[in-house]
Design a protein around this ligand. Sequence first.
Ligand code: DX5
Ligand code: ZN
Length: 220
Amino acid sequence: THSHLIAPSVLAADFANLERDVKMINDSEADWFHIDIMDGVFVPNISFGFPVMSAIAKHAKKPLDVHLMIVDPDRYLQACKDNGAEVITVHYEACTHLHRTLAAIKELGCKAGVALNPHTPVSLLKDVIQDIDLVCLMSVNPGFGGQKFIERTYAKVKELRALAVENNTDVLIEIDGGVGLSNAGKLLAAGADVLVAGSFVFNAADPIQTVKDLKAVDPT
Ligand code: DX5
Ligand code: ZN
């Protein structure tokens, strides 16, 4: 038996009170820090880069799960590692030589993740599934927090679990976008392992209790 992981997304933190918010996540039952890096090219928004990530890493007492929403991520894998990443997730849609990119991430000693946009089918991972530690299924179009969860995601979780089983391999299935108490149970029942939550945690009146509630959800 294994329990699911909760990864609050720092994108929804108060950047003027980053130390406070990072310590809040330290004090909560959260498992990882989800770090969203956007370049304004792959997605229509710019979040923050390595100076901010390293400031987060300085205070974080939990692994940094870095989600690169950038074109040609190979250029920045070493910087991710140097600034404290334990998981590095690149977008399928941003990698021409995904197999090579995954090998480079592992070479750095990090867990290798692949994120799929809502329009990208799980089946495209067939020939690379054994090289992946984590698949991040985007349940919104990446670029912004606070968007509406796309219902099709449940089916993709099941398809991905089946693909991993067929290929005798195990991957962590992470869900990113619009996650909260209304859909967490159903996502876990479908086979999700890691729930990213940005606005649901940081906009809550009591974020520490909200993380606790997400952590306590049973598959339904
Ligand atoms: C979206 C980011 C998400 C985002 C999630 O582009 O990848 O990680 O922070 O935010 P919520 O939970 O508010 O949808
Ligand atoms: Zn993300």
